[in-house]
Ligand binder design. Sequence first.
Ligand SMILES: [Zn+2]
Length: 445
Amino acid sequence: MSGIIDFLRLVAHRRFSSQAKMEAYQLNELKSMIDFAKSNSDFYKETLGNIEINDLKDIINLPIINKNIMMSNFDQLNTVGLTRDEVMSIALEKELNKDYLGYYKDEFVIGLSSGTSGNKGLYITPKSLTERLPFVFLARSGIPLRYLPFKILFMLRVFSQGFNDINSPLISLNYLSTMTPTNEIIRQINQRKINVLMAPPSLCRLLIPVAHLIRKPLKMIVTYAEVLEKEEKVRLGEVFGARVIEIYQGSEGQFASACSLGNLHINEDLIFVELLDEQYHKVSTPHIAAAHMIVTNLVNRAQPLIRYEMNDLIVLDDPCLCGSSFRTIEKILGRNDDILYFKKKDGSIQHIFPDLFSRWIITSSENIREYKVIQHVDHSLTILLDPITSREQNELIQQVRTRLHIELASYDIEFLMDIRCETIALPLNLAKYKRFEVAKDIAKS
Ligand SMILES: [Zn+2]
């Protein structure tokens, strides 16, 4: 029931009748989050001190934090008494056991992310909030109610948002790993009479050659986790005969969802997003890339993220014709990594998503500052590791090698790799940077 109320509230928010009303709502939520953080988090008690927020503009007086600061103060920052060591060991254990579902202590979803620093970030989402996510998704997905019942197949990458399969008369949500062979995905779509597919664009591309095997055409494809190029949106729409929209979410929050016109809007009532230029001045002009994207999650009180700098950047679009006062997003920058392709022992090709491969690397050792993976046309790999400490480099290389051998062997993959330690300098423009670079003419099937 609370889900239904939430659903209606979320639909209503999209229609704030004026900018002023929306801003008043945001200010209220911001104040309430800041007060909560000051009273319940030792970290914020100290860093926010007596700073008062009486206007949205006042937020610039609060310090900006980032993943390193958050991780170094993890125990004092979260408000639910979890320690970094315990949460990290749980997250790593789940990763090794490929057990991505379920709640920690029956109360929290633990998210593990890599991000550009190459170091791990840990995110706590309370169960109560996670249980709202399907409703946020529904209220904001732009899926017309005439598509009821929604039969959704959610292609899960490496970490779930913590939902279990949902089976109710109006909505069913089923999960499949993105590693599932394409024929099996099609079989599930047919068997479960799926009408909404949620998957990264790269997975949708893999399904193109078998799209004709889908018996009942999909009504909608919802992409996430990677940039959906405009041309690709059109192409997928044509191939699958479905409407294609995207959502933008991460461990840090539910950033944006598509409206009924298919345009991506920031979820301004769930997350306060500041776009700033090099000099930390506000960027509100469409079509211009900001230099900093700083977010304050307005709903997650377990681990308050207040003025948290993201590695992603977004470019705003012109106001949307749907009339919503939520800002629109033209493009999300970053996330340009290539998919890896490997030869299996039986001669077939197996794709592996870069985020999965990246997790194998980052969870091999605590001593990895940055890394880069280059795949050559013969499918061999060069992996560069930039360690935090220069001691025990051979041990680090061995740890990564062993881990990758175990993971790749489980897919029957034969491969060659060269792993080296060297300093990796990230370019200033991270938007175009690729951590995974694959030779263009590599065999993909
Ligand atoms: Zn719109």
